[in-house]
Design a protein around this ligand. Structure first.
Ligand SMILES: C[C@@](CO)(OP(=O)(O)O)[C@H](O)COP(=O)(O)OP(=O)(O)OC[C@H]1O[C@@H](n2ccc(N)nc2=O)[C@H](O)[C@@H]1O
Ligand SMILES: Nc1ncnc2c1ncn2[C@@H]1O[C@H](COP(=O)(O)OP(=O)(O)O)[C@@H](O)[C@H]1O
Length: 279
């Protein structure tokens, strides 16, 4: 038996930091979507548990017990084995939850392969604050430290371009650089009737991690300017703790056109185009 599991990129369309818990973790209010751009896992029954990592972004990704895929597998406790192959396409430490989405895809895949229930919510959260939202990828409002998943209104069709300049930005350093932690949450979410209406609404919201991320990696400013200047772009913003930024376009074709042009002018950057993804 072989199970395939897709690990889509997570995008924080907004990311408001609204407080801090006693343990140091920050309270968030974030509109999260996923893109049909991501890593691929293939899982097969085997005597032992093993992981191999290949693909264009495999370099530097741990293949031992530090890999979130193996940490996810460990949550099931002792049991049957599995040979897991991870085709790594998303840049790591990039604000698009690559490792978290891999962990969530491994949980879904192993539950299907082994006929087991998913581990409980606290165990899932112990893998990382972004793992709960990655378990059932789709547009949601995420609160708490990442464990509170609330429904979001249906999204209009739109295109997405993701751009990473090749600089890893460690998440803890970005949170540490925040000047204020008690920022305003998002207002009630309206019904967005088109990509343009969504982009206009998002323009009035924030990613509070952008200033400290830009202090860590000033190239983020260049990335945002390049996306904003691309044809058809309705909005350019940073996702998560960076450095990946995204552009919103009226549709997939416009995003693909912008990506072709940006790859030519910035051959060293990771540039992908797609559309929202729901499992
Ligand atoms: C910032 C976000 C927004 O979606 O995305 P990324 O930039 O990672 O993609 C996430 O909250 C990241 O989630 P994740 O990367 O799973 O975080 P974890 O591994 O649990 O924590 C890494 C570190 O980030 C900080 N952290 C994380 C989440 C949170 N709500 N408050 C925090 O302060 C803590 O310093 C923690 O030590
Ligand atoms: N499957 C994985 N893919 C990517 N990184 C992983 C994975 N497992 C563990 N890691 C580690 O997690 C760190 C954060 O990676 P990632 O989840 O991609 O960050 P972010 O949430 O900021 O996009 C990496 O620096 C890497 O060492």
């Amino acid at each position: 038996m072989t199970v395939e599991a897709f690990a889509p990129a997570k995008i924080n369309l907004t990311l408001h930091v609204t407080g801090q818990r006693a343990d140091g973790y920050h309270l968030l209010d974030s509109l999260v979507v996923f893109a049909d751009i991501g890593d691929r896992l293939t899982l097969e029954r085997a005597e032992d548990l093993s992981l191999s990592v290949s693909g264009p972004r495999a370099g530097g990704v741990p293949v031992d017990g530090r890999n979130l895929v193996l940490k996810a597998a460990a949550l099931f406790g002792p049991g049957p084995g599995a040979a897991i192959r991870l085709d790594k396409r998303l840049p790591a430490a990039a604000g698009i939850g690559g490792g978290s989405s891999d962990a969530a895809a491994a949980l879904r895949g192993l539950a299907a392969l082994w006929g087991r229930d998913l581990p409980g919510p606290e165990a899932v959260l112990s893998l990382g604050a972004d793992v709960p939202v990655c378990l059932a990828p789709g547009p949601v409002r995420m609160r708490g430290v990442g464990e509170e998943i609330l429904p979001a209104p249906a999204l209009p069709d739109f295109g997405l371009m993701l751009v990473n300049p090749g600089v890893e930005v460690p998440t803890p350093a970005v949170f540490k650089g925040l000047v204020r932690k008690d920022n305003a949450p998002m207002p009630d979410l309206p019904n967005w009737t088109s990509a343009a209406v969504l982009a206009e609404w998002l323009a009035g919201q924030r990613n509070d991690l952008e200033p400290p991320a830009r202090a860590e990696a000033p190239v983020i400013g260049e990335v945002l300017a390049a996306i904003a200047a691309s044809p058809g772009c309705l909005l350019a913003r940073m996702s998560g703790s960076g450095a990946t930024c995204f552009g919103i376009y009226p549709g997939r074709a416009a995003a693909e056109h912008a990506a072709i042009l940006l790859r030519e002018s910035r051959p060293g950057w990771w540039v992908e185009a797609g559309a929202p993804y729901t499992l």
